[in-house]
Design a protein. Structure first.
Length: 568
């Protein structure tokens, strides 16, 4: 009897301890909900495994619904601007302003805006630009140190009054850039969403049946449509019935279906479909690239490729802080066709190129995807006294084999050039300053027929997936064309390019992640320290062909000495 009594007492104590632990866990998790942090209630402890899982899923579902309501909050702070925010790398907070006719902050850099956080901490908000299509205005501020000490982090509001009291400001959780619906573009037939944190970059794409598009920020009145494609960060779905939606701006998000019905945080807005008459005729060949602080390279790149056949340039600006806009304006005034779009999202080069394939389909026939440090060159041009706009066009297929799928993409191999002894950027241009390269070509870049791109918009930066039932890819030989890639430049330029803006293949060069990627530089390691002998590295073949050719085409004597056309 005594042993049974002790056993019963032990079980009772164990039960009470378990209940108290559950209540404590409930208290800790009340401010944050993730797949790993679930509110457990005392009843759950006595339920069967199946029933307990059902109760846990119900708890997650209810909390996610509440989080969805929180993320669409309207504050009562005086002089505030309605907005949504997201946490970017390096403690930067992006604030997206829902612009309307009655609520539109000035975009002038002279106007002072502040991010006001729930604990009354503030930081200066700088105007960043206007997002394409939605015309939402983007500001950036820094998350104050006092707000970094505990998770979850909370959203700010944008205000003109840094001394505003935030007593009435609810503590809405600040979503991360790595799990976010970050952009949307509408075609005549459907809506394309760009979403981080759902599919893996390569190799794993979740089924479209697992998701739905959600239009509207009120869960009770939102309109949901089925997903028709789910590949990488690109999701496609049907247009909503606008009769059921109201308001000037319509938030669009992605819902993970099933038991949880989890809605992914969003800073994207739906733009209703509009049938725009395409230009007649379309540009035969356009170029698309993503840039970051590349103003000093742009004139040479645009002027060279324009003279050999590129008719339009589309730049996805990944957050440049240099005078890129001024250079773009100057080039357009000089008669070149250069379009710049703000594309602020980190590590989204592939998604940006997918966006470009949709955006430019009505205005361009072929699109060349390459970087501003890459120049197409053909040995057959060496004896040409002047450039011709037919030079690149001659590389495009003309007489397809009727017994085979049409050629929808051509692949051009790359030669990687090294610092060539340079320790600073060559003011005369990269084609003049870097003349020593590696012997074996690395990777390739492509020119794609936009009509041939697979509906999923799948790409791996260097080439697109095609509708294989109709189109195929061909690879050009080195005698036909080569891409001079001025990849390993003088150390200050290389450091600026790769330290924070390295491609999607390597998230952060200072971390030992994906160390065998070809985006990693041989012998560089994981620190931002110039390797010994950097200026002489990657020099196996002296190649001055393009240097001499561009001097013949673009060089001239001026009162200030010998200059290339892009020098100022």
């Amino acid at each position: 009897m005594m042993r049974r009594r002790k056993l019963s007492t032990s079980l009772l104590v164990l039960f009470l301890v378990t209940v108290l632990a559950a209540l404590y866990f409930l208290h800790l998790s009340s401010n944050s909900v993730t797949g790993k942090e679930v509110q457990l209630f005392p009843d759950n402890l006595m339920a069967s495994s199946k029933d307990r899982d059902s109760l846990i899923n119900h708890a997650i579902r209810e909390q996610v619904k509440e989080l969805g309501h929180r993320n669409r909050r309207v504050s009562s702070i005086q002089d505030k601007v309605d907005s949504v925010a997201v946490l970017l790398p390096s403690w930067e907070v992006l604030v997206v302003v829902v612009v309307s006719t009655e609520n539109k902050p000035a975009s002038s850099s002279d106007d002072n805006f502040y991010c006001l956080f729930p604990n009354n901490a503030t930081s200066l908000a700088k105007f960043y630009g206007v997002l394409p299509f939605s015309n939402a205005m983007a500001f950036k501020c820094v998350l104050p140190r006092s707000n970094r000490r505990r998770s979850p982090f909370y959203q700010p509001v944008l205000t003109r009054s840094p001394g505003s009291e935030s007593q009435a400001l609810p503590a809405w959780e600040l979503p991360r850039w790595s799990f976010l619906v970050y952009d949307s573009v509408s075609t005549e037939d459907d809506v394309v969403l760009f979403v981080k944190g759902v599919n893996k970059r390569q190799g794993f794409n979740r089924s479209p049946e697992e998701f739905r598009c959600v239009f509207g920020d009120d869960l009770k009145t939102a309109v949901k449509t089925p997903i028709t494609s789910s590949v990488q960060e690109v999701f496609r779905c049907s247009h909503p019935n606008l009769k059921r939606l109201g308001g000037e701006r319509i938030m669009v998000s992605l819902e993970i279906s099933g038991e949880l019905n989890r809605q992914i945080p969003s800073v994207a807005y739906y733009t209703p479909r509009r049938k725009v008459a395409p230009p007649n005729p379309k540009k035969l060949l356009c170029a698309c690239t993503m840039v970051y602080n590349s103003a000093k390279f742009l004139r040479e790149w645009v002027m060279y490729h324009s003279e050999i056949g590129v008719e339009k340039f589309i730049l996805y600006d990944n957050g440049s802080t240099d005078d890129l806009q001024k250079i773009v304006d100057d080039l357009n005034q000089e008669g070149y066709n250069v379009e710049k779009m703000l594309w602020i999202w980190p590590k989204t080069q592939e998604a940006g190129f997918s966006h470009g394939a949709v955006y430019a389909k009505d205005s361009c026939v072929w699109m060349m995807y390459f970087d501003v440090d890459e120049f197409v060159f053909s040995p057959s041009w060496l004896n040409s006294s002047n450039p011709s706009k037919n030079m690149l066009n001659s590389l495009l297929p003309r007489n397809p084999d009727l017994n085979r799928p049409l050629i929808g993409q051509i692949s051009i191999k790359c030669n990687d050039f090294g610092p060539s002894g340079r320790k600073t950027h060559p003011p005369e241009g990269v084609t003049q300053g870097y003349t020593c390269r590696r012997q074996v070509e690395q990777r390739h870049k492509s020119v794609v027929l936009l009509e041939a791109v697979d509906r999923s918009l799948l790409n791996v930066v260097h080439h697109f997936g095609l509708n294989q039932s109709l189109y195929r890819t061909v690879e050009l030989g080195l005698k036909a064309a080569v891409m001079n890639h001025y990849k390993y430049q003088a150390w200050p330029e290389f450091k600026n390019k790769f330290r924070q803006r390295v491609s999607a293949y390597v998230v952060d060069w200072t971390k030992a992640v994906n160390p065998t990627s070809q985006d990693r530089t041989p012998g560089l390691g994981f620190e931002a320290i110039e390797p010994q002998g950097w200026a002489q590295r990657f020099c196996e073949v002296r190649d001055e062909r393009l240097k001499k050719l561009t001097q013949r085409w673009f060089g001239s004597n001026t009162p200030n000495g010998y200059k290339l056309a892009w020098e100022r």
